[in-house]
Design a protein around this ligand. Structure first.
Ligand code: PHE
Length: 340
């Protein structure tokens, strides 16, 4: 009996150590330790043992049972461990692999430049105003002191929607619209960015483009204030070494009027292809607000003065990024846009 038990233990331990899966282990548990199992079978034979053999064999049988249970538990743990390891191995991810590239959106270069312009004037105490793109002839021309027969009113330059209504050709109408709301309050310091429309289309002109209007009204605003303001703007926008030059010009809604050049962003004023060897680049139109325009806005030109300026965002952006074709901004070719 003792031999039988020892053989059983040895054989069972062998079999268990070779068991490959949890199902197999379960079958083995039933086979050795189950109610109809081999160990139980052996113990059933204990009835035929003598009284002094019985406790010895009984103890041995318990030891065998204990060892088999241990072996089963160990093997179960081993197999579970192996299954777990295999799973970890299979599910392993290499976190050092490069990810899937994806496209990120970004701001359009024109939006970036416009915001930069806005930020400079906001910093100088200006507020941002808005006006309609579909505008009345009155605000676009008449209130801005355009004579009735002025060529800019011609169908050649403007997109008319209906008689007396057009796509605004510049942001200057926002001057009078704002004055109507603010007058007679002082001071007024406003910039008005937005889209404008003209019948023009080539490398440096687009039928739709963007302007930023700016104007300031107060009791003693001077041309000197205008110069100081635009000098500051030019230095902030194009770098502190940038110089400005004011050339006499004409606009119906400013008097006196000027066009402002900055020293060439490419050669610094030496003269190069970008500035047609003049050393200067035109960036905007400006002047002292015409008394008739102040009047149209509800201000008394005897009491107040103001200056105004208007610049093209595309033009500023082209100078800033050394581009020679405005159409790049509107083609929206990602190879172009992704460079900003
Ligand atoms: N509105 C003018 C233009 O579009 C620019 C300008 C604005 C000039 C304000 C003087 C004062 O050309």
């Amino acid at each position: 009996m003792e031999d039988k038990l020892k053989k059983l233990l040895a054989e069972a331990e062998q079999t268990l150590s070779r068991a490959g899966g949890l199902d197999e282990l379960n079958e083995l548990r039933v086979r050795y330790l189950g109610k109809k199992g081999i160990l139980t079978g052996v113990l059933r034979g204990m009835g035929s043992l003598s009284a002094h053999e019985r406790p010895v064999i009984g103890q041995l049988a318990n030891e065998v049972r204990g060892k088999l249970e241990d072996a089963l538990a160990r093997r179960t743990a081993e197999i579970k461990d192996r299954v777990q390891m295999a799973r970890l191995e299979a599910e392993k991810i290499d976190v050092t692999l490069p990810g899937n590239p994806f496209m990120t959106g970004r701001k359009h270069p024109l939006a970036m430049v416009q915001e930069e312009i806005e930020d400079i004037f906001l910093w100088m105490g200006y507020a941002v105003e808005d006006g309609p793109e579909i505008e009345l002839d009155y605000y676009n021309f008449e209130a801005l002191n355009f004579p009735a027969e002025h060529p800019a009113r011609d169908m050649q330059d403007s997109f008319f929607v209906s008689p007396g209504v057009l796509l605004r050709t510049h942001t200057s109408p926002v001057q009078v619209r704002t004055m109507e709301r603010t007058s007679p309050d002082l001071p007024v310091r406003v910039i008005a960015p937005g889209r404008v429309y003209r019948r023009d289309d080539d490398a440096t002109h687009s039928p739709m483009f963007n302007q930023v209007e700016g104007f300031a009204i107060d009791r003693r605003v001077t041309f000197g204030d205008l110069r100081g303001t635009l000098n500051m703007f030019a230095e902030k926008m194009f770098g502190s070494k940038t110089k400005t030059r004011f050339r006499p010009s004409f606009f119906p809604f400013t008097e006196p009027s000027a066009e402002v050049d900055i020293s060439c962003t490419s050669c610094g004023g030496q003269g190069c292809r970008v500035c047609s060897h003049t050393g200067w680049l035109e960036i905007l139109g400006c002047g002292m607000i015409h008394p008739r325009v102040l009047e149209a806005g509800g201000y008394n030109p005897e009491d107040v003065t103001g200056f105004a300026f208007g610049m093209g965002v595309e033009r500023i952006a082209m100078l800033k990024y050394s581009l020679d074709d405005m159409r790049l901004f509107f083609d929206n070719d990602l190879r172009f846009l992704a460079q900003f």
